[in-house]
Design a protein around this ligand. Structure first.
Ligand code: SF4
Length: 161
């Protein structure tokens, strides 16, 4: 499992806009989705940002007292091995995890072999590309109406029925 990861920026230690409550945010670098109107185009290049380690990120996050951690980007699932190590480590520390992705959850599970395992360690997936024509500034924690806040426990429970 990879301990190195390419990130766009240092960990944000006190966000209130990337999920409920006060949260730390990890910004993965590299995104293939090219959504027109993306709010964060500097995260697209796969050779951009800086390389760090999952251990360093976990050290940073654990300096904060709050349980909430959000993993965003960029597209976190393009570095799936590193993402798996990160979510395992944070889950073991009792953190509650939100992950943003430009894939739908169905597309993610079909195309990224580690996605299902990664998602078992997280609480909520904010899924889907940003669509300018569906933009709604009144939405909480997402930019366009096609994007969903997927409760992962409910999603996997419904699969088992
Ligand atoms: S998935 Fe996110 S980071 Fe990637 S292009 Fe779309 S809005 Fe930007």
């Amino acid at each position: 499992m990879s301990n190195t990861v390419r990130v766009a920026a240092p960990v944000t230690l006190n966000s209130i806009v990337d999920g409920p409550g006060m949260r730390s945010v990890v910004w993965f670098q590299g995104c293939p989705h090219a959504c027109p109107g993306c709010h964060n185009p500097a995260t697209h290049a796969f050779d951009g940002g800086v390389v760090t380690t999952i251990d360093e990120i976990i050290d940073e996050v654990t300096k904060q007292p709050w349980r909430g951690v959000t993993i965003s980007g960029g597209e976190p699932f393009m570095q799936a091995e590193a993402l798996l190590k990160l979510v395992k480590g944070l889950h073991a520390l009792g953190k509650t995890l939100w992950i943003y992705t430009g894939f739908t959850i169905e597309g993610l599970i079909a195309s990224v072999p580690l996605a299902r395992e990664i998602l078992t360690y997280a609480d909520t997936l904010v899924d889907g590309p940003y669509l300018q024509e569906c933009r709604d500034p009144s939405l909480a924690f997402r930019g366009s109406t096609n994007q969903r806040l997927v409760d992962l426990k409910e999603f996997f429970d419904s699969e088992a029925i």
